[in-house]
Design a binder for this molecule. Structure first.
Ligand code: ATP
Length: 321
């Protein structure tokens, strides 16, 4: 699963080391019981209870990073990285600065290094950083393991979200959410408080409540997995969400829902880095910048018009690509 285990796109994580099941009380069983769900169906929580349970996402309510002008969230300088096993260089000097409140889009031909860049940001063990720096919220990310990066507020959704057999969505999310709250020194939410918190998020992505009790991504269609990734992002919050082809394989309605959810999680304090091949996502989520990656470098940066040009003319429209 993406958020707590950015390295897990190839190896399903064991949630236990950082998400202790021992914190899971018998209340949880009541909470997921059909009777309780009938009593508190999503969207129908009594307004007072809803208000009482309303809490901000831990990321949104985290450290206040200051005054009115946007601060820099991510600064990548001359980043190079190779495949850990073969030492084959893939990233060859990536430079990128992301400020609060921005939407950055990375496009590029197949094999240009987009996913590798995203995975290197979250510390995927398949890759070795061979040069340059990554600073996130003023901290050297290269000194952090993937779990620390995630707890610091980096979220990544993967092209192919993994299944976590035997762990329901709601169990997973509550454990992940409370882990983040603990890290921020905030009190954990009880199951009922958590349910109050996530109900509106289900609406945001137009997901049925049944998905909460299904095992993470098990038997989900491709589109449902993508929707679930965005749901996780909406629930867990992030200062920087890295979305790798979140639009691939979505039907038009799902694309609209996912885009709506992305817009719904954006605030003046967080940012999104989206990898996509298609301009259609940008009809809904307006980019601050569009970057073109080629040969492991960002070779062009511009506004949305760059994406439109590529859609029309292909990558030949970008001389360096
Ligand atoms: N773990 C790995 N083992 C072997 N080769 C890899 C690995 N990771 C990346 N590569 C190679 O690095 C290059 C860049 O891959 P990457 O997935 O980053 O490209 P991309 O721009 O995201 O492509 P696409 O648009 O097709 O998703 C490709 O040639 C790919 O085969």
């Amino acid at each position: 699963m993406a958020l707590l285990h950015p390295c897990s796109c190839t190896t399903p994580p064991s949630p236990s080391p950082i998400l202790p099941f021992k914190n899971w009380t018998p209340n949880r069983l009541l909470f997921t019981s059909p009777a309780l769900r009938r009593r508190f169906p999503p969207n129908r929580l009594p307004p007072r209870l809803r208000a009482a349970l309303a809490v901000e996402s831990p990321a949104a309510s985290g450290k206040n990073r200051g005054g009115d002008s946007p601060e820099i969230l991510l600064e990548v300088k001359d980043l190079s990285a190779a495949i850990a096993e073969s030492k084959q260089p893939i990233l060859k000097g990536v430079n990128l600065s992301v400020y609060e409140g921005e939407v950055h889009v990375v496009m590029g031909k197949n094999g240009s290094g987009k996913s590798t860049f995203a995975k290197v940001l979250v510390g995927h063990p398949d890759y070795e950083v061979t040069g340059g720096s990554i600073v996130f919220k003023g901290e050297n990310v290269l000194d952090m393991d993937p779990e620390e990066r995630s707890l610091a507020g980096l979220f990544m959704s993967f092209q192919s979200p993994i299944e976590i057999p035997g762990v329901s969505n709601i169990d997973f999310l509550q454990m992940a959410y409370n882990a983040r709250r603990r890290k921020l020194g905030q009190p954990e939410l009880s199951p009922i408080e958590f349910y109050g918190y996530i109900s509106p998020k289900l609406e945001l992505v137009n997901m049925k409540v049944d998905f909460l009790n299904r095992n993470v991504n098990e038997g989900f269609s491709g589109g449902e997995r993508k929707r679930n990734e965005i749901f996780q992002l909406a629930v867990l919050g992030a200062d920087l969400a890295i979305l790798d082809e979140i639009d691939s394989g979505l039907d038009v309605d799902a694309l609209r829902d996912v885009a709506k959810a992305v817009n719904g999680i954006l605030t003046a304090k967080n940012s999104v880095l989206m990898i996509t091949h298609y301009h259609r996502l940008l009809d809904y989520v307006k980019p601050t910048y569009v970057h073109i990656m080629e040969g492991g470098r960002i070779v062009e940066t511009g506004k949305e018009s760059v994406a439109k040009r590529i859609e029309k003319e292909g990558y030949n429209a970008i001389p360096a690509a």
